[in-house]
Design a protein around this ligand. Structure first.
Ligand SMILES: Nc1ncnc2c1ncn2[C@@H]1O[C@H](COP(=O)(O)OP(=O)(O)OP(=O)(O)O)[C@@H](O)[C@H]1O
Ligand SMILES: [Mg+2]
Length: 309
């Protein structure tokens, strides 16, 4: 488990990261969202032991993330936002070099290299020169490099930037797989929707402060007091809307057509069930009754606006 407590980084007078707290269990994937300069890279570098915190601690399975502790460093896989590839070596040599540096047994290295190449879908480039890879492939190679020593925790700083939609989809798949393997994964991005489908938790950072942390749905719920429910009927739309407005927690109807509308709802899930049951008991011919997905991008803009102002 990763426990981050009051993690703070100051550059001179400027505080880039302010007392960040969170904890992650094995298998959890945290989407780490914030705009440019929010403090994502600074936080990730502290967790990668490449930057010394001004205050606070981070523990991985109870052990401090200390740069002088080689054993703890072996449990971390860090993919930086900008990475240099050594150009005049082949893909497999590059991975072999990192496996060697991380102390993977010589007899295990060929198997490990094949495994990470397969996981990152780069097997067909095993004998290619690193410089001959496209940008997306280089990114995958960098991720493969982070996996050779089978780390407990992966820190991926904007791994999706510069990837085409297919490569992004594949990367999401791969990150999900790392979670299922029981690793702790932190993935940063500017774009909340990009992370929302595979992250088990999200942390929203702005101006160095963690503004929200938790399960995606909980964060959305805590930030949007009302959710929207969409109702579709065979008939009696107007009557159904009036009926709903006589109930608690209901406001703001917006008709999409005479028998389809959405309304704002502030009740609990139990209240929502009771509402649906009341409509059915009253004989309304309902064919759809569903939560509308919150627009994550809107939400992100709303949350971060306050911090930026
Ligand atoms: N070495 C440094 N010296 C002084 N200030 C720094 C240093 N590194 C980062 N900062 C400042 O700390 C803040 C956070 O930067 P950081 O790189 O962590 O942001 P980020 O969230 O990763 O942004 P981006 O999305 O642009 O990558 C910024 O205001 C940045 O200017
Ligand atoms: Mg950054």
């Amino acid at each position: 488990m990763l426990e981050v407590k009051s993690l703070t980084k100051r550059y001179g007078q400027f505080e880039a990261v302010t007392s960040v707290d969170f904890a992650l269990e094995p298998g959890e994937i945290m989407g780490f969202i914030g705009s440019n300069g929010a403090g994502k890279t600074t936080t990730i570098k502290m967790l990668a032991t490449l930057l010394e915190p001004t205050h606070g601690t981070a523990l991985l399975n109870g052990r401090p993330l200390d740069g002088n502790d080689l054993e703890i460093r072996k449990q971390i896989g860090y993919m930086p936002d900008f990475f240099g590839l050594y150009e005049d070596i082949k893909v497999w040599e590059y991975l072999d070099m990192f496996a060697t540096l991380y102390g993977v047994e010589v007899n295990d290295r060929p198997r490990v290299i094949d495994e990470v190449l397969e996981l990152t879908d780069l097997g067909f480039k095993k004998q290619a020169f690193a410089r001959s890879l496209s940008r997306g492939m280089q990114q995958r190679l960098c991720l493969a490099r982070c996996l050779v020593h089978n780390p407990t925790m992966l820190l991926l700083d904007e791994p999706a930037s510069g990837l085409d939609p297919r490569a992004r989809a594949e990367l999401k798949e791969l990150i999900g797989e790392l979670g299922r393997m029981g690793k702790i994964v932190i993935v940063s991005s500017h774009i909340l929707p990009e992370l929302a489908d595979f992250s088990t938790v999200v942390g929203i950072i702005e101006r160095g402060q963690m503004l929200a942390f938790g399960k995606v749905n909980d964060v959305v719920r805590s930030l949007t007091p009302a959710k929207k429910i969409q109702v579709k009927l065979l008939d009696r739309g107007a009557e159904a809307s009036m009926f709903l407005h006589s109930k608690e927690h209901v406001s703001g109807t917006q008709f999409l057509n005479p028998n389809e509308f959405r309304f704002d709802f502030t009740g609990t899930l139990e209240d929502q069930h009771a509402l649906l049951k009341a409509m059915i008991d009253a004989g309304f011919p309902i064919i759809e009754f569903m939560d509308e997905e919150a627009d994550l991008e809107d939400l992100f803009m709303q949350v971060t606006k306050g911090a930026l102002n």
